[in-house]
Design a protein around this ligand. Structure first.
Ligand code: DQA
Length: 141
């Protein structure tokens, strides 16, 4: 059974109360259970994590690289400037899918740059929790 790490960056633990007009009313706990239920439907297992800490996220990416685990990553604000997260992503040994709840390309200019996209297989953005579902489906295909 394929195991997938679903990693979430800063402020995503605040989903539900964080700018619901942009990120929706579902909580982070809802995101976790949604990913778990989609994964089980697809015959995948998932470990869904969130951190506000760049170093912790980098360590989780190292862990994924060491065991060749596919990663679905919502780097949140790190998307736009973290070369440390990008470099850790570049070391991955299994597919990386970048996801976003919102569509950064339709928002402020600073969100139009992703330093992660260049080392991801693909990016899925703008579909809310469905972005994660589409990423899980792409890994199970
Ligand atoms: C986000 C988009 C980012 O620009 C933002 O910094 C986030 C969330 C998204 O899921 O839409 O924190 O990654």
């Amino acid at each position: 059974m394929t195991h997938v790490l679903v990693l979430n960056g800063p402020n995503l633990g605040r989903l539900g109360s964080r700018e619901p007009d942009i990120y929706g009313s579902e909580s982070y706990a809802d995101l976790v259970s949604f990913c778990q239920s989609v994964a089980s439907e697809l015959g995948l297992t998932v470990d869904v994590r969130q951190t506000d800490d760049e170093a912790e996220l980098v360590h989780w990416l190292h862990e994924a690289a060491d065991v060749s685990c596919p990663v679905i990553l919502n780097p949140a604000a790190f998307t736009h400037y973290s070369y440390a997260v990008r470099d850790a992503c570049a070391m991955l040994t299994a597919p990386l899918i970048e996801v976003h709840l919102s569509n950064p390309a339709a928002r402020e200019e600073f969100r139009h740059t992703s330093v992660i996209s260049g080392v991801a297989v693909g990016t899925i953005a703008g579909f809310g929790l469905r972005s994660y579902e589409l990423a899980l489906r792409s890994l199970s295909a």
